[in-house]
Design a protein. Structure first.
Length: 506
């Protein structure tokens, strides 16, 4: 195949050309970069730092100020994930109705309202109302940002761009930890309110940015606005011919969605009674979202001070410093994932991530088990605990953390993408909430070491899941990815094979 000429469409072009198109310092490159940045910030800003409120940190000043008991603390931490699923469920239909771009704006507005209510909350009840609003905004944000980025990005750099929301989310969490530390010297009735208020400021700029970034061309085509879609594609592609070819592919996919065997079905009918092809997509998309959370990452982040205290670290400032280190590791390795995801591919990074997490979780469990029985020196136990916690978040961040959002936003066909991505976000939030709300109870029942042993087993299962159910989607267009699951027509197979040959040679 390599010896004969091959016809390659824009969507199947080799990585180097598409990356140059996307990253060059031209007006077109800036348009794509601005769009990615704004949508990524929408996800990140709606997750920082107001929702965090982790227990066992200086943010416990809020619990002292409002006289919040331990049960209410668990509800505050865990309920956010369940509340955010309301936003995720509504986000799919909303983004299909008003567009991807304005759903991003809606997410920012709702989150800002919730953060403002929490900032001035005089009681636990009002704090929960603000938490409800913030959670809905988060649900909108985490659902729509990956979809928008996937639909506007070139195939060769889509993975890197779609990973950006995860790094902004973690920058937000890190900002929460740092602001906890920075404002810990203020009186209890002020410091936590200042911390929450800080989370409002970054998302204000989104309102101005929405006036600049374009709408998703795929959404515009679905609305019958092909001329507007063409204008957007001319801004984000290198040549007019590339824009025409990409528009033709999108229109073909939209025509398939609107007619034939899908014409008589609504989106939710197709998702609730899926064909074998859609069922395979759902298993992959929902499965990777669930595994991202049931490997215990939220428990590790939320309750890392408790874990470090059990490992022998004493003093509030030392506990918080160790927690900030976790945040830095998590953010730094997501940046590494952004660099590697389109060069190495999704699946190799997922293998490294899930296998590494399994080892770290098992080692953390063993260290805590031996420390509790006095079998190892306290200093060695502390060192192992810090190393394994930081290692776990590093392996999470270089793989399954950002990649689960990439995969779930790119594997579904256009007609189902927004609603299916919403289902994926719901699965993620439900499992996150279940882990966060049950972690302390599980620890009391089987010990902290036992809880992380269970997470290690689940992480080992995630390696098997990646091997059996997650295909490699790097370098393929959204329209071609459906072929990997046996969907769509077979047109374009030759082009896809040619591209794979070129990528392997490069």
């Amino acid at each position: 195949m390599a010896s004969r000429p091959c016809r390659i469409s824009w969507a199947g072009r080799a990585n180097t050309c598409a990356w140059t198109t996307c990253s060059r310092r031209s007006r077109k490159g800036r348009t794509t970069a601005e769009s990615v940045s704004v949508s990524a910030r929408a996800a990140g800003d709606t997750s920082s730092p107001a929702p965090s409120l982790p227990p066992s940190t200086p943010c416990s000043s809020a619990t002292r100020d409002l006289h919040i008991n331990e049960v209410q603390q668990e509800v505050l931490v865990g309920c956010l994930s369940f509340i955010s699923l309301l936003g995720s469920l509504a986000g799919g239909r909303t983004s299909d109705a008003i567009g991807r771009k304005w759903t991003i704006g809606l997410a920012a507005v709702v989150f800002q309202a919730g953060a403002a209510v929490m900032t001035f909350a005089p009681s636990f009840r009002v704090l929960m109302i603000g938490r409800l609003l913030a959670g809905i905004g988060i649900g909108f944000g985490v659902m729509i940002a990956p979809v928008y980025i996937a639909e506007i990005s070139p195939a060769a750099s889509r993975g890197s761009f779609t990973s950006f929301p995860e790094i902004f989310i973690n920058l937000g969490i890190l900002l929460g930890y740092i602001s906890n530390y920075a404002f810990s010297g203020l009186p209890d009735h002020i410091n936590w309110r200042v911390m929450l208020a800080v989370g409002i400021l970054p998302s204000v700029s989104i309102a101005f940015a929405l006036l600049v970034i374009p709408e998703s061309p795929r959404w515009l085509v679905m609305q019958g606005r092909a001329d507007e879609a063409r204008a957007v594609l001319l801004k984000v592609t290198d040549t007019d011919d590339e824009a025409k070819e990409r528009l033709a592919e999108i229109e073909a996919a939209a025509a398939t969605s609107a007619g034939g065997k899908y014409g008589e079905k609504t989106v939710w009918q197709e998702l609730s009674r899926p064909s074998p092809v859609i069922a395979r997509m759902l298993v992959t998309g929902l499965g990777i979202q669930c595994f991202q959370q049931i490997t215990g990452i939220d428990a590790l982040v939320y309750y890392s001070p408790t874990i470090f205290r059990d490992a022998g670290i004493t003093g509030e400032s030392r506990l918080l410093a160790a927690t900030v280190a976790v945040g830095f590791f998590k953010t730094a390795f997501i940046a590494l994932a952004i660099v590697l995801i389109d060069r190495v591919g999704r699946k190799p990074l997922l293998y490294v991530s899930t296998a590494g997490m399994t080892v770290c979780l098992a080692a953390l469990s063993a260290a805590l088990f031996m420390l509790a029985r006095g079998w190892v020196p306290r200093g060695a136990g502390v060192a192992v605990a810090i190393l394994t916690v930081c290692g776990d978040v590093a392996f999470f961040s270089v793989g399954i953390g950002p990649i689960c959002w990439v995969v779930s936003s790119e594997i579904f066909p256009l007609r189902l993408r927004a609603q299916a991505a919403a289902l994926g976000a719901v699965a993620n939030r439900v499992t996150s909430g279940a882990v966060a709300m049950s972690f302390l109870s599980v620890c009391r029942a089987i010990s902290v070491a036992g809880a992380f042993a269970a997470f290690a087993v689940v992480s080992a299962l995630s390696v098997v899941f990646v091997h059996k159910f997650v295909p490699e989607t790097s370098g393929k267009t959204l329209e071609q990815i459906e072929l990997l699951f046996g969907g769509g027509d077979r047109q374009g197979e030759l082009e896809l094979g040619d591209v794979e040959q070129l990528v392997r040679k490069g």
